[in-house]
Write a protein that binds this ligand. Structure first.
Ligand code: SF4
Length: 412
């Protein structure tokens, strides 16, 4: 099979993995004339290589989609009836270099099905990164998917070469993982995440220590994970609880949410339909609220529903359930309170706090702060604006934010 055909199969097989943002790594470049490539920290690029040839920032491929495991939700499982392919280590290295030189990509996202054993697979993945870094002085971004059952020494080696390491937790609940991916072991996944955290903490400490020698590098962009949404019956509340636990216990940079897509010849244990894509989007918004807006996992979702509203964003839904906390005086409220106002982003809040030291914020300033007036005005007080009590308390306020009902078509 030629490399082009392998690429079509293995890039397509990798598309279900959502965890490939390339933000947060250290700054590196080759302007000194040595090496090849650079990283652009903080750009938040996230990307893959589509089989139709379009370039998308990261070359996102599997080493092989011929997997020895049989996770029911995965198109690459051993019992799946899909064309199989396997790259050699040299082929992935060459593809990465070729694509980089042609400016198609800024880095590599490499994952793999299990070949023979966890250790053998991890050895191959690490060898790709080693050759890129040591033999070709590649300085672009490398994200390696880690096999949790692999030997500790291999994972330590992976961290030397990769910018980011990730281990997929896959299911929000242990029981679902046992049912849908019987060969995977949630304890091994968590143990490896714990070890990665220790190594990442050690690397951070070593960087701070006053020494002339450069400390050994270990995955400067940290670790991340991915959860599949909608393959089991877990509620959004369960998913957020699991994410909060993962962020707290392993200091993850990101949890990615990937809406389950029905796969050919799938098991009866799986749903026939994909969850609405907007559910994935709402989970990302809720995740953002936990990480940057001071919300706890347990307060974002209406406890009676257990699910995020698909009709409106989670912060707006929270504010409508907690109207007793509004209206809020923008010129007096604390930063924590302002962050909970619908339509107020973090940057806007920082600018409000900065500006109000010199002059009061008025309704005409909202546009300059990029705050949507319609969303924010019912919840705030300004020198030239106070929402009438009947508006904030009335049932019509929630209606105002619901998407307009649409006449269904007849399908012809
Ligand atoms: S280990 Fe499971 S999820 Fe990963 S490629 Fe194999 S079958 Fe798919």
């Amino acid at each position: 099979m030629d490399v082009q055909r392998k690429l079509a199969i293995l890039a397509d097989a990798a598309k279900y993995d959502a965890s490939c943002a390339s933000s947060g790594t250290e700054k590196r470049d080759s302007r000194d004339g040595k090496g090849l490539g650079s990283t652009a920290p903080g750009m938040g690029i996230c990307h893959s290589y589509a089989p139709d040839g379009r370039c998308i920032s990261l070359l996102k491929v599997l080493l092989t989609n011929a997997c020895a495991y049989d996770c029911l939700y995965c198109v690459n499982r051993a019992s799946s009836n899909v064309p199989r392919a396997r790259f050699t280590v040299g082929e992935v290295v060459q593809l990465t270099l070729d694509f980089y030189r042609r400016n198609y990509i800024e880095g590599l996202f490499l994952s793999s099905g299990i070949i023979r054993s966890a250790d053998y697979t991890m050895e191959q993945i690490v060898e790709v990164a080693r050759r890129l870094r040591e033999d070709h002085q590649f300085r672009g971004y490398i994200h390696l998917k880690t096999i949790p059952e692999a030997d500790d020494a291999l994972i330590a080696k992976a961290g030397r070469y990769a910018d980011r390491l990730s281990i997929n937790i896959e299911m929000p609940e242990e029981t679902s993982l046992a049912q849908l991916a019987p060969e995977k072991n949630v304890r091994a996944i968590r143990r490896t995440m714990g070890r990665l955290r220790l190594k990442l903490d050690e690397a951070t400490e070593a960087k701070k220590a006053p020494t002339r020698t450069k400390p050994p590098r270990f995955a400067p962009a940290g670790q991340s994970t991915q959860m599949i949404v909608g393959a089991d019956a877990a509620t959004d509340q369960t998913i957020l609880n699991t994410s909060a636990n993962l962020y707290g216990s392993y200091n993850l940079k990101r949890v990615y949410y990937s809406a389950f897509s029905p796969i050919p010849d799938s098991s009866r244990a799986l749903p026939l339909q994909a969850p609405p894509l907007v559910r994935e989007h709402r989970l990302y918004q809720a995740d953002w609220l936990m990480r940057f807006y001071g919300f706890e996992a347990g307060e974002i979702i209406d406890p009676a529903a257990g699910m995020l509203s698909l009709e409106m964003d989670p912060k707006l839904a929270w504010a409508l359930r907690h109207r007793e906390r509004f209206p809020l005086d923008v010129n007096r409220a604390s930063r924590e309170e302002l962050l909970r106002v619908p339509g107020f982003g973090r940057k806007a809040v920082d600018r409000i706090i900065d500006t109000r030291r010199h002059s009061a914020i008025r309704s005409t300033d909202l546009a300059k702060l990029h705050i949507p007036r319609n969303k924010a005005l019912p919840f705030i007080v300004l020198p030239d604006h106070r929402p009438p009590a009947y508006q904030l308390d009335g049932a019509r306020l929630a209606e105002r934010f619901r998407p307009k009902a649409q006449q269904l078509g007849f399908g012809f």
